[in-house]
Design a protein around this ligand. Structure first.
Ligand code: ADP
Length: 627
């Protein structure tokens, strides 16, 4: 293969520019990122060596500082990369979330925002914070293909060619920028490794020259303690060590919301060190990122960081390590998911996480709310998925509501506590935003009784409500669907009103029904309206208008369910229409009014009207005749 020059992908280029011109003060993290990559490469090789023993080696990471050439080298004898992998991983394919990260940087306007850089985890590219040229040499373990050399100054393109490297693994050489010479100092490297990478399982070695009896002696020194942090007794681990480990796992520089560190004994023996993050990374909603989960070790051998089944999906934001004593080392990654031990671990850690969140909600509400704003949408999915813990998850969810200020969140328990004695059910309404819901005609009767109504504005709410039948023996009732039945007294009163209206306006109702035809399922007098003239109501178990909109937005087909137009029996408009009907039963004006009522109901709930042109024509005519 001859030398090839290739261009970086645009997003990678933008990221590199950011690194090259970075004023980000904490440049030390470049070492953490590269050591982390080396450790991952060793994990992969060690795992592969279970099947292919010929690639087994004395696993190690080496750092070499060369003051003559102004370079720092980091090397590992891990899995290495093929040519294709180099091109893909380091150059052309941008990580998921890169776009979102760059857009956020752009918005910040400060050329460097430590919080943002910390949140994103720039990985390999962080080398360009300290180097003006980076050379990478690599050879894939177990492959007969020649080694590959990659080099770049981080500007526009990189060069890739074959090289003479004969040993497996990767070596990265950073040609330091003139003002970055401090990274050539042994003490500096020692300090950084100790601080950020002490818990890395593999030895991080550096050759150190010391004077012994007047002569220079060069020896290998291992810079890290290699103590896997999760193996240690929690009482011996400092908060700072936990934080550094979390930063290493999450590529974030923030503090975690909390940690859970325990040993399970009995039917399943394992150690777990879990972190609940305080803030979501940029790529939380990207598929690729979602596949990565807890790091699974078996007797301290790394097995996988995407072991499905280890953690339920709705807790996918949790970072951490699980180290099992019971699983066989030679287990294939594919069948892990169905292993009974994995199921036991899943059950145990899910419960721990849920209990920890509950504790935070009870004792540190502000902290919980900031967590909930980031991950609440994900936690909610649990109600639909995890039947065993459904009640407990229900205790963790929060909503805005009619009787509370915008932005204020309440729990279901708090809703129940505030419920007047006469109220039987928990009322909720789903829709796009608080403003539309607040003004929804569906809430008029509930408002008049002072009842609170939960506002559900997340697209997932509609889906989750299919599994939320009750909480603490109280049923959930959608305010915009089916019948509204409050206490006996209100029910009786409403029934009298509707029956009276039905008797008085029987023929008028028939005319409206006929006029609207198959646009609606039925037209009837309403028990829920006290002010507005009309609204559209779905059957209790049919999907509502909001659900239909979500499906449409996702370009998914959904059968269209017809809804019922409800009319307010006490609205003056009804009497006026009746008078016109008595005078002129086939009045064209009345027919127009029927369609105006229907369109109005659609507009009030935020839906599109089928024929806006016709609608505005009718309104204009109405206005002219009124003047
Ligand atoms: P991340 O580590 O978050 O995936 P990086 O930009 O740091 O992102 O690295 C991109 C990819 O390059 C890694 O996922 C890995 O596949 C590959 N890589 C980086 N360093 C090494 C290494 N020392 N050995 C083998 N592969 C590596």
């Amino acid at each position: 293969m001859s030398e090839k020059t290739m261009k970086f992908k645009t997003e990678v280029q933008q990221l590199l520019d950011l690194m090259i011109h970075s004023l980000y003060s904490n440049k030390d993290i470049f070492l953490r990122e590269l050591i982390s990559n080396a450790s991952d490469a060793l994990d992969k090789a060690r795992f592969e060596s279970l099947k292919s023993p010929e690639i087994a080696a004395e696993w190690a990471i080496r750092i070499e500082c060369d003051k003559t050439h102004n370079t720092v080298k980091i090397s590992d004898n891990g899995i290495g990369m093929t040519e294709g992998e180099v091109v893909e991983n380091i150059g052309t394919i941008a990580k998921s979330g890169t776009k979102a990260f760059l857009a956020a940087m752009e918005k910040e306007k400060t050329p460097d925002s430590p919080e943002l850089i910390g949140q994103f985890g720039v990985g390999f590219y962080s080398a360009f914070m300290v180097a003006d040229k980076v050379t990478l040499e690599t050879k894939r373990a177990g492959s007969s293909a020649p080694g590959i050399r990659w080099e770049s100054t981080g500007k526009e393109d990189f060069v890739i060619e074959e090289c003479a490297r004969s040993s497996q693994g990767t070596e990265i050489t950073m040609h330091l920028k003139p003002d970055m010479k401090s990274y050539l100092e042994e003490w500096k490297i020692r300090e950084i490794v100790k601080k950020y990478s002490d818990f890395i399982e593999y030895p991080v070695k550096m050759s150190v020259t010391t004077k012994k009896d007047g002569t220079d002696v060069t020896e290998d020194e291992t810079l890290n303690s290699q103590k896997a942090i999760w193996i240690r007794n929690p009482s011996e681990v400092t908060e700072d060590e936990y934080k550094q480990f979390y930063n290493y796992l999450s590529h974030q520089s923030a503090n975690p919301l909390c940690k859970i560190h325990y040993s399970a004994e009995g039917t399943s023996e394992f150690k777990a060190l879990l972190f609940i993050p305080g803030e979501a990374p940029f790529d939380i909603f990207f598929q690729e990122q979602q596949k990565k989960g807890l790091h699974l070790y078996i007797k301290r051998v790394f097995i996988s960081d995407c072991c499905e089944g280890l953690l339920p999906d709705y807790l996918r934001f949790v970072k951490g390590v699980v180290d099992s004593n019971d699983l066989p080392l030679n287990i294939s990654r594919e069948i892990l998911q169905d292993n009974p031990q994995i199921k036991k671990i899943n059950k145990s850690i899910s419960l721990r996480i849920i209990n920890e969140l509950k504790k935070i909600l009870e004792n540190e509400r502000e902290k919980y709310i900031s967590f909930y704003k980031e991950f609440g949408r994900v936690v909610k999915e649990g109600i639909h998925i995890d039947f065993a813990n459904k009640e407990k998850i229900q205790e963790l969810i929060m909503y805005e509501s009619l009787n509370h200020k915008p932005g204020e969140l309440i729990t279901l328990k708090e809703y129940l506590t505030a419920m007047p004695e006469s109220q039987k059910d928990i009322y909720y309404i789903t829709g796009e935003d608080r403003k539309t819901l607040e003004n929804s005609p569906h809430l008029e009767l509930l408002k008049s009784k002072g009842y609170d109504v939960l506002f559900m504005t997340d697209p997932v709410d509609e889906w989750i409500m299919q599994s939320m039948n009750e909480f603490d023996k109280k049923k959930f009732k959608p305010a915009g669907k089916g019948d509204i039945e409050l206490d006996e007294e209100t029910k009786k009163e409403a029934e009298e009103k509707t029956q009276k209206a039905e008797a008085e306006h029987k023929k008028l109702l028939e005319l409206i029904k006929e006029e609207l035809g198959d646009k609606v399922k039925d037209v009837r007098f309403s028990k829920r309206l006290t002010e507005s003239a009309c609204c559209l109501v779905s059957d209790e178990f049919a999907p509502g208008a909001h659900m239909e909109k979500i499906f449409k937005a996702m370009k998914q087909d959904m059968p269209s369910y017809k809804r019922t137009l409800e009319l307010n029996p006490t609205h003056p408009l009804i009497d006026k229409m009746q008078k016109l009907f008595d005078k002129e039963p086939k009045s064209l004006k009345l027919c127009g009014y029927a369609s105006l009522l229907y369109n109005q109901a659609l507009l009030m709930e935020g839906s599109h009207i089928p024929d806006p042109l016709q609608f505005s024509k009718q309104i204009t005519e109405l206005m002219s005749s009124g003047i």
